[in-house]
Ligand binder design. Structure first.
Ligand code: ZN
Length: 123
């Protein structure tokens, strides 16, 4: 498994034993390197490092990918969400589409529930 570095811009500045590398006399604190991380889509070793990155680059990233300048709106046309209830008699899952605006429910098969391309939402 390939090792990767935490993308935190200040990761090497946090003084923990696991970051301290090298021989006596030439020790350095270094960016953490692991096969996987738990934060920021597997890119950061901690929430601190995640926040450090965002504080430094977040505005640039938002401007690059498109800053919201007006509210997004959930409407009847795109408010369908897949969910399930339990059948009280059989203890089986009952899959449904529920509209978050109107609360209308429509039946859904398990295959439709698991199909990430299947939607009632208008695109
Ligand atoms: Zn880190």
């Amino acid at each position: 498994m390939a090792l990767k570095y935490c993308q935190g811009s200040k990761c090497h500045t946090y003084h923990t034993k696991d970051r301290l590398k090298g021989m006596k006399g030439s020790k350095t604190y270094q960016t953490r390197r692991r096969s996987d991380f738990y934060y920021g889509n597997g890119n950061f070793c901690s929430m601190n490092c995640y926040n450090d990155w965002f504080n430094k680059f977040g505005d640039q990233a938002i401007d690059h990918f498109g800053r919201l300048t007006e509210p997004k709106k959930l409407t009847e046309q795109n408010a369908w969400q897949k969910t399930y209830d339990w059948d009280n008699r059989t203890d089986d899952r009952v899959y449904v589409y529920r509209n978050g605006i109107t609360n209308e429910q429509r039946p859904l098969t398990e295959a439709q529930y698991n199909d990430t391309n299947y939607t009632l939402n208008e695109r």
